[in-house]
Design a protein around this ligand. Structure first.
Ligand SMILES: [Zn+2]
Length: 240
């Protein structure tokens, strides 16, 4: 019976020089947040040759030998990212899921509105909503783009229907909200109307009550109408 040998290829010589020592390669961590920390790089080996020169070797990928020799950790990392198409695991975002979802939603809304500067519009919406970046700054278009592309573009969001022009009632409600927030949006005319309304409502209630009494006493015909008028009166009493 013939046993098939298991062959593991490794580099023993580089440029004719024998490798006399190896160690895990180190380099500057690529992320600015690490402030230039020197860290080991997976898949890269630093090798000392017999002639005292130093080279950096690619470790290949599992089951695949690679003959690449570089002149720095960085050069081998670049080679590995390109040649071996190594997927970098997605770095988790420091933003909460809720914030990422909101970013995805605002971008979707701005895109739906057909804006070319959708990132800028989304940033504006986030700022309007009182959200801040991790550094406590206002959102900018480029910040939104960067977080969206890295962490939020895969999030599926529901987009509210396109904005319709606000109705008069909605505009009035918005004004009242603004007024209650202390903003001086309420115009003098509005105030006059409000004052008149306050005066008119009790009079209207009294008039309706009299109508109800009249109907009830006089004819007793339309009991339903009388009932409605009375309820209106009760409602007004509650509102006072
Ligand atoms: Zn390689």
């Amino acid at each position: 019976m013939i046993e098939r040998p298991t062959v593991t290829r490794t580099t023993t010589h580089v440029g004719g020089e024998r490798i006399i020592a190896t160690e895990p390669a180190t380099g500057v961590h690529p992320h600015p947040s690490q402030k230039g920390a020197i860290v080991p790089f997976k898949g890269v080996t630093k090798a000392l040759l017999e002639d005292d020169s130093v080279v950096w070797l690619c470790d290949g990928v599992p089951g695949q030998f690679c003959p690449f020799v570089g002149n720095s950790t960085k050069s081998v990392v670049a080679h590995r990212n390109g040649t071996h198409n190594l997927r970098q695991p997605r770095r988790a975002s420091r933003y909460s899921d809720a914030v990422l979802r909101r970013i995805a939603q605002e971008v979707a809304i701005a895109r739906q509105a057909g804006s070319k500067d959708f990132a800028v519009r989304a940033a504006q919406a986030l700022n309007d909503a009182g959200l801040q970046t991790l550094r406590g700054e206002l959102w900018t278009g480029s910040m939104v783009s960067s977080v969206f592309n890295a962490h939020a573009k895969h999030i599926r969001v529901r987009i509210p229907p396109r904005d319709r022009p606000a109705t008069t009632t909605q505009r009035a409600a918005a004004r009242v909200r603004a007024a209650s927030n202390g903003s001086a949006v309420l115009e003098p005319d509005d105030l006059t109307v409000l004052r008149q309304f306050v005066v008119i409502v009790p009079r209207l209630a009294q008039a309706l009550a009299r109508v109800a009494d009249f109907i009830e006493a006089g004819q007793g015909v339309d009991a339903a109408m009388a009932d409605k008028a009375r309820r209106y009166d009760e409602l007004q009493a509650l509102l006072k």
